[in-house]
Structure formats: structure tokens, C-alpha cells
Design a protein around this ligand. Sequence first.
Ligand SMILES: Cc1cc2nc3c(=O)[nH]c(=O)nc-3n(C[C@H](O)[C@H](O)[C@H](O)COP(=O)(O)OP(=O)(O)OC[C@H]3O[C@@H](n4cnc5c(N)ncnc54)[C@H](O)[C@@H]3O)c2cc1C
Length: 441
Amino acid sequence: MRVGIIGGGAAGLAAAYELVKQGHYAEVFERAPFLGGQASTFEVGGGQLEKGYHHLFVSDVDMVALIHELGLGDKLAWLESKVGLFHGGKVWDFSTPMDLLRFRPLSLLQRIRVGWWTFVLQKTRNWQKFEGITARDWISQHMGRRVYEVIWEPLLRGKFGEYYDQVSMTWLWGKIYLRVASRGKGLQKERLGYPMGSFGEVFDVLGDSIRRQGGDIHISAGVDRVVVGDDGATGLEVTLSGQEPETREYDAVIATTPSYIFTRLVPTLPDDYREKLVNVQYLSAVLVILVLDRPLSDKYWINIADANMPFVGIIEHTNMIDKSLYGGKHIVYLSNYPSRESELYQKSGEELVEEFIPYLRQINPDFDRSWILEHYHHKVDGAQPIIGVNYSQRMPAHRTPIKNLYLANTTQIYPEDRGTNYSVRMGRQVARMVMEDAAAD
Ligand SMILES: Cc1cc2nc3c(=O)[nH]c(=O)nc-3n(C[C@H](O)[C@H](O)[C@H](O)COP(=O)(O)OP(=O)(O)OC[C@H]3O[C@@H](n4cnc5c(N)ncnc54)[C@H](O)[C@@H]3O)c2cc1C
């Protein structure tokens, strides 16, 4: 079989890998000049760093298995992470259940309620019971209104912006249920995984493996259209770097782009399927990365539960990963998830740094702009799909209504939330689906 694959991120590469392993030909087209998509990297201090912070949970078994298959297992480190919550002008420790008990902005009874319901969520496998209710309503009903307002509403607003009150409780269940696997028994702290050569290295080695097994991968190679004939998808119109557009023929096509790109590549999609795609909104990620000469805090991850702060997360990468990988420099991500239309999305890196600096003094009163050695600004479109209630009934299928055309994107990761692990799992699953369908034909 010859399979054309649109997108060289985790899903597209995993699909190609699965196909070439089974003796088929896979050809990947990635429009960016690098592989890895949302998990791609750039150079800082002589090391490779993700454009947006990345780590793995212990529950990310498909990504971990792939890393081992690629011979990179000895580079995968499991490291303790320190988590904080910024509330009321102070960073509170938030790594262990004991930290929750010490969180004074809530009454003791409220803290116990948070702890109890978090425990229940960790133990509940049946996610379907959370499908029909929003996170806002479930938390308010079970943990109480004050708990919702102090902890969860600012976090939901930060992550989902104007859609904060539409997000399904399934999303929160996924975060809590799956995350517990990253904690040891009892009160032990969470351990997170990181491939010490970066996620970029994992995807580069994956690309090398695909090529070695007979596949082809093109970067700076955009797909302009999926060719659809009477017999379904038959090829791709592609433009390779510096070349004229051309058409290549395939037995099947797998697209891994966000839905709003996919609908443009296939204008003839039947209305009911198209409807499912356009009904899911996406937010972008906007990252400011500060390279500092000293640490900002002692935490790896600080959630911002304060609507006045202009960013929603502070991820101090070098509080988990050794700074020697980046020439001894300290690396801090300041993250946001705005829509493409928002003012924040339009701002330049310089403007954002200027805007953010005064707020960093609330995290560390000694912070001074002279600590900043370099700064970077990245925007990742299609970063976060908004998954509302009862999504299982509206989720687009991987097999599209057009024969031999398959979709594998982050709106089809459910009940879990997007992540490299699930894109790898989905890419491999869809590749197997393509092979099964061909065998059954
Ligand atoms: C800020 C941030 C932090 C994250 N943190 C984590 C984390 O800690 N751990 C974790 O596991 N995951 C994390 N993720 C999520 C993870 O990176 C993604 O879920 C995963 O990489 C998505 O892979 P994908 O292949 O499904 O999609 P993508 O990576 O989006 O790949 C799709 C690819 O298609 C390409 N493309 C689009 N249109 C075309 C076209 N017309 N022609 C050719 N190519 C095209 C795009 O350039 C892109 O490379 C994070 C994401 C972000 C944004």
C-alpha cells in the first residue's frame, strides 16, 4: 500500500512508523521546516528546548513504549516536580495532599472536600458519568461554590478563556484520574518524564527510523488539497520546498492537521461530518520563554489562580531538567491559551515581555529585568480543542465518509485530553485501521 500522510507531528509520524513496520510505503508531508509539530524544539544555550513546555506522565505508556522502541529509553528520566498555586499574591505549595491541607484561603472543611472529591475522581474509572455536566457545575455542586471560585474558575478561565464554562467535567476527570498514576502511593510526590535529548530528538529519531524502513518524509512541504475521485481519496496535491505544485497518488490518505485546516483541504466533505469538525473550537498557545541567569522560583510548575495576572502558567523547566543542558541558563515559560482573534495573540514578544515583567515580582520580589539574558516568543495554533458536554456523541470518526480518507487529530482524543502520548496512540491505531480496511477490501 502507498499511504500519504499530512502532518509530521506525533500522530503523522507514529502512523507512518506503524505502516512502514508492516511493509507498506508511507510518505509524510510537513509544511513546517521541522518535524514534531506542537512538540517541536529550538536551540537554547546549546541544547534543544520545546517551544511549549513538555513532559510525560507515568500514564503516558504509548509514548514511553515508543521512546524505548526507538532506543532512547536510557535518555528518559523520571524526575520529581514541585507544583505551586499562585493565589492572593502568594505562591502556595501544591504538590502533595498535605500541601492542600495547608492551603488557608479555603476553610478546613473546604480543603477536606477538595481532597475527598479529588480522591474520588482518582478512583473513578467510569468517565461516562461526567460526560453530561460541565466542570463548572460539577465542581460547584460537589466541592462547593467557594472552592470553585478560588481554585478552579481561574484555572478554567486561564486554560479555556471565554469557553471556561462550557468545558466538560470529563476533561477534569482525565487530568485528575490520569495524573494520579504519576504519583507514588500515599503522599509521595509526582514524578514526570522527560527525554533528556528533548522531544525534538524523539521525533527526529522516529523520522530516521521511518526513512530507514523505506518511508519518505518531506519538511517545508505543504499539502494544498486532498484529491477525491469517485472511488474516494486517491492522492494529494503537494508543494515541496522550491518546487511547483504536483499531485501524488496514494491508496489511502491520513490527515493529522487541526480540523479547520482539514475542512479546507477537503472541500467536498459531506455536511454532517463537516459539521462535527467545525463545531469544535480551538485555542492557540502563546508562550514567552525567558532565559535567566538565576532561578525565578523553586517550583517546576505554578498555576496562576488570579485573573489579574496576564499569564496562566509559569513553568520553570530548569527546576526539573538540569540547566547544564542549556549552558547553565535557567529557563522559564510564561503561558497563555488565547483565541487567534484576541489582543494577546496579536502582541509581539517584546510587548509581552514588557507587560509580564512587573507581575514576575509578585512571584519573586527580587526579580529584576537584568536577570533576563534572552527571551523568545512562540505561538502554537490549534493547540487546545474545547471539548464540551456529551462529546462522545459528536466526535468525528477516524474513518471519514470519503473512502480511503482518515482523520487523526487532537479533537479525536477523548475522554483524555490532547498530549503526545495520545497522538502517538491514535496515529498507530489509525494506521492499523487503514491496513485492516485494505485487507478487507
Ligand atoms: C504549550 C503546549 C504544551 C504542551 N505540553 C505537553 C506536555 O507536557 N506533554 C505532552 O505529551 N503533550 C503536550 N502538549 C500537546 C502535544 O504537543 C500535542 O498534543 C501533540 O504534539 C499533537 O501532535 P499531533 O501530531 O496530533 O498534532 P500537531 O503536532 O499539531 O501536528 C500536525 C502537523 O500538521 C502540520 N500541517 C498542518 N497543515 C498542514 C498542511 N496543509 N500540509 C502539511 N502539514 C501540515 C503542522 O505543521 C503540524 O506539524 C503540549 C502542547 C502545547 C501547545
